[in-house]
Design a protein around this ligand. Structure first.
Ligand SMILES: Cc1cc2nc3c(=O)[nH]c(=O)nc-3n(C[C@H](O)[C@H](O)[C@H](O)COP(=O)(O)OP(=O)(O)OC[C@H]3O[C@@H](n4cnc5c(N)ncnc54)[C@H](O)[C@@H]3O)c2cc1C
Length: 413
């Protein structure tokens, strides 16, 4: 029986294991942590967004300049694994899904744990009458590279041995990005691959928060850190985000994070224009502000005429001078396009995901490294990024499947 090693037990590695083991391959799956799927479980905490109900052509655009590489992996006619396949696969594990109002697809109970439990059960106890082979899991094995003989080297954390070696014909690396290190993905693989001549783009935060520049005032931070800004828009896209101690984070910011991050890396800082009142035109806002307010304070006036209060009002007072607050036109403009300047992205460890990684130019269409025969890569460690919305997990699963199918082809099974 053929044996294949998979290193990394996140969604990409587990999907590779599923495809290989169902085809009669003995899979040895190694992971540095005491259990697999820790980031996947964390993703389930706020509601596991498995995939998205976007039309197929729109879905693929979410991968930006890597659309050409990711799209075939999602396309059913090319043996891909897109949104429909993700939902069918979840249903096969007994997890029904539903489409939320934003088009995001979630398990009915929103959780990751039941899905992961059912998945691991199937990997450990496949249908042997159909040719499935149980996956062997090796936890607490941190991969540290290759020795001179070309064997895989692991640091073993169970106290019984310091290192473990494994010779194999094919290996799938599914080592994740470099955020939330405590869950296992530390990005240390980047150096290991670079020393073997693999082209790895620098790992940078994606779907991340930002620090404002200048910093929030003590007063604003104390009052509003943790407060959500609901029903706002940036560049015509509606959504929400949260004020943090040092800046901003949340889905609307994450959607723009690649542009904001890249602009900061070129210019040292950047800004976005926040529409605090997307339901009102600029003219209407101006009219309401100019409406006679009698003895009312400006705050009560803005609240009664435009519904501005709480953190929205706080932001205006934080960012506009007294003169601008008292200038109806300047205030109306600010309500529709409040400038918020950002100085830096939050550290990669806090990010939802990682951009950068093994460049697609360094792998074949089947995701095998050009420099290392028989070594395949899948998941977030590849150089692509996407906004939140289920696009991350979908591409991780799809690339795990693609890598496994290429292994099968290379083994001529
Ligand atoms: C808070 C949060 C919420 C999220 N929510 C969503 C969501 O709702 N929807 C969505 O689509 N995406 C979400 N994501 C992103 C998604 O979880 C990741 O993109 C996905 O888990 C990446 O899968 P992966 O298999 O490539 O890597 P990972 O899941 O990171 O798995 C990599 C595995 O490799 C192991 N490993 C790493 N290095 C080594 C080594 N040297 N030796 C051995 N093992 C090693 C790690 O221990 C880990 O188990 C979220 C992420 C976060 C942080």
């Amino acid at each position: 029986m053929k044996t294949v090693v998979i290193i990394g037990g996140g969604p990409a590695g587990l999907m590779a294991a599923e495809v290989l083991s169902s085809k009669g391959v003995q899979v040895d799956l190694y992971d540095a942590m005491p259990s697999v799927g820790r980031k996947f479980l964390l993703a389930g905490k706020g509601g596991l967004n498995l995939t998205h109900n976007d039309p197929v052509d729109r879905f693929a655009t979410r991968y930006g300049n890597r659309q050409a590489q990711i799209e075939p992996m999602l396309t059913a006619s090319q043996s891909g694994f897109g949104a429909d396949e993700v939902r069918e696969w979840a249903a096969g594990l007994g997890i029904e899904t539903f489409v939320g109002t934003s088009g995001r697809v979630f398990p009915k109970d929103m959780k990751a744990a039941p899905l992961l439990r059912a998945w691991l059960h199937r990997l450990r106890h496949p249908d042997v009458s159909e040719g499935g082979v149980p996956v062997r899991f090796h936890m607490r094995h941190k991969w540290t590279g290759w020795n001179a003989a070309g064997e895989l080297m692991f640091d073993v954390k169970d106290g019984t041995q310091a290192t473990s070696r494994k010779a194999c014909s094919s290996v799938v690396l599914a080592l994740g990005g470099a955020s939330w290190k405590r869950l296992g993905s530390d990005g240390a693989w980047a150096g290991l691959l670079q020393t073997r001549g693999v082209d790895v783009a620098p790992l940078v935060p994606s779907n991340c928060g930002f620090d404002v520049s200048p910093a929030w005032s003590e007063h604003f931070k104390t009052r509003f850190a943790g407060h959500p800004l609901k029903t706002v828009a940036i560049d015509g896209t509606r959504g929400e985000f949260v004020i943090t101690e040092t800046g901003v984070e949340g889905s609307l910011i994450y959607a723009l994070s690649s542009q904001l991050r890249d602009a900061i890396s070129v210019n040292g800082n950047t800004m976005f224009h926040l529409d605090l009142l997307p339901d009102f035109s600029q003219e209407r806002v101006l009219r309401e502000i100019q409406h006679p307010r009698g003895s009312k304070s400006l705050s009560s006036h803005l609240k009664s005429r435009l519904g501005l209060d709480g953190v929205k009002m706080g932001l205006l007072y934080e960012l506009l001078s007294k003169e601008l607050m008292n200038n109806a036109l300047a205030l109306a403009n600010a309500c529709k396009a409040l400038q918020i300047r950002l100085g830096s992205a939050r550290p990669i460890d806090e990010a939802i995901s990682t951009a950068g990684g093994v460049r697609f130019e360094a792998v074949t269409d089947g995701l095998m490294l050009n420099q290392l025969q028989g070594v395949f890569c899948a998941g977030e460690m590849l150089d692509w990024e996407a906004p939140t919305g289920g696009y991350l997990l979908t591409a991780c699963l799809a690339s795990g499947k693609r890598a496994a199918e290429s292994v099968i082809a290379s083994l001529a099974l």
